[in-house]
Design a protein. Structure first.
Length: 430
């Protein structure tokens, strides 16, 4: 199993910087890579970033036509495909102290065409502030051993891995997720940090895992069912579990163990340097520092719609309590309007997930001649549909109760663990 040490990676990063210079690829240009997790991939990403070259990190499992369209859109100076090692050359070059840019990722595209998230090349002070924010927030140091559970072509997993190395720590690359193998890895390798999504947690909780080495387990990417969250809190050292709310574009909140226990179901409070508010439609806006700004690549109209001065929105709905605690109601495109009543899937899912025999649920709307849309739920777990319907009737107002509930083996997901609600009507034949 590859173990990436900061000093070894930095030597490779210098060789990447030297190869980029030899090829005449400079600041602000883009480099496409689409490879599985490896020491070479991390070296290419960091070597490029610390040279002012922006890596465009794509899913290696993309269909050829979709990949080709994204590469054409990114307009790179070089595409190394699935072989990042070819950029680890023979000659060294100097590196900036911190990354001078953010990788360009394409949004997951669950509701339409993917959008590139572009931050350009940062001024030195902003680059330093961006890196220090991430390192200081999670407390990364040279004593950390980070366990990589999620694919590196997604923004959060890549951010955790690269900043661990920037802080002098180590990164374990165990390969594709396998709960049984990972349980043994955790016990044997004693990692101190990891990032994961709730699906990972649900699978690992079924295994015999020694969690005692973790000082930080951060999760995000999808709502975590309350029973899963409480089981993880019970399994890990006190205070080790942290949640955060963010997107490919921008990071919003952090939720410590204490904050979640004080307000179960919340996503915490604003990250340092940010301020959250809602507009009259319940849409969340976040005021961000200069180094967190972005634009949608070659899509000025989408960029303009996302920004209002220093405030940005990604379309999520929620509320902010007087003490700054943030609650998510879902995304505007997930909103179900049934009989003129706004139904937020997250609210209904929280009730369904509260049943002791529900592992997880997803709520969505389907067209209905009488109601405009009717509320439908799919769930994973042994409870019978009629029992779950009765549970919902006791806890939800009539307009919010699912008109039908469907038990399925697994919810369809993106590769980041987000539920693909738009796929559920087809899965269920509705």
């Amino acid at each position: 199993m590859p173990l990436v040490r900061a000093a070894d990676s930095e030597a490779d990063q210098r060789r990447v910087a030297g190869e980029l210079r030899a090829r005449g690829i400079g600041r602000g240009e883009r480099l496409v890579v689409s490879a599985g997790a490896s020491p070479q991939l991390l070296a290419v990403v960091l070597g490029a970033l610390r040279s002012g070259v922006v890596p465009v990190v794509l899913d290696p499992a993309l269909p050829a036509a979709e990949r080709a369209a994204l590469v054409a859109d990114a307009d790179p100076a070089l595409d190394v495909g699935d072989d990042p090692g070819r950029l680890v050359g023979d000659a060294d070059a100097d590196l900036a102290e911190f990354p001078l840019a953010r990788p360009m990722h394409y949004t997951s595209g669950t509701t339409g065409r993917r959008k590139g998230v572009w931050s350009g090349v940062l001024a030195d002070d902003d680059a330093r502030a961006l890196a220090r924010e991430e390192i200081d927030l999670w407390g990364f140091t040279g004593t950390d051993r980070h366990l990589q559970l999620s694919p590196l072509h997604h923004s959060a997993p890549l951010r955790f891995a690269t900043h661990t190395l920037l802080a002098g720590g180590e990164v374990l690359l165990p390969g594709p997720f396998d709960a049984t193998r990972l349980a043994a890895t955790i016990t044997a390798q004693r990692p101190t940090t990891t990032f994961c999504v709730p699906t990972h947690l649900q699978r690992l909780l079924r295994e015999d895992v020694d969690w005692s080495s973790f000082r930080l387990l951060a999760h995000a990417g999808a709502p975590c069912p309350e029973p899963t969250k409480r089981a993880v809190l019970a399994a890990l050292p006190d205070g080790a579990v942290q949640e955060f709310y963010g997107s490919t574009e921008v990071q919003f909140t952090v939720c410590s163990t204490a904050d979640w226990l004080a307000a179960p179901g919340s996503v915490g409070r604003a990250r340092p340097g940010r301020r959250l508010s809602t507009d009259e439609r319940g849409q969340l806006w976040c005021e961000v520092p200069r180094w967190a700004r972005f634009e949608y690549w070659r899509a000025p109209e989408k960029t303009a719609a996302a920004w209002d001065g220093d405030r940005v929105t990604v379309g999520d709905l929620g509320r902010v309590d007087d003490d700054g605690t943030v609650w998510l109601d879902g995304r505007r495109e997930d909103l179900v309007i049934s009989g003129g009543v706004n139904v937020y899937p997250a609210e209904v899912e929280a009730v369904l997930d509260g049943h002791p025999d529900v592992v997880e649920s997803a709520v969505f709307g389907v067209p209905d001649d009488e109601w405009g849309q009717r509320v439908v739920a799919a769930y994973v777990g042994p409870v019978a549909p009629e029992e779950l319907s009765a549970w919902a009737r006791e806890r939800l107002a009539p307009a919010k109760r699912p008109k039908s509930v469907h038990r399925i083996p697994d919810l369809p997901r993106t590769s980041t663990g987000k539920v693909r609600r738009l796929d559920l009507p087809g899965v269920l034949g509705l």
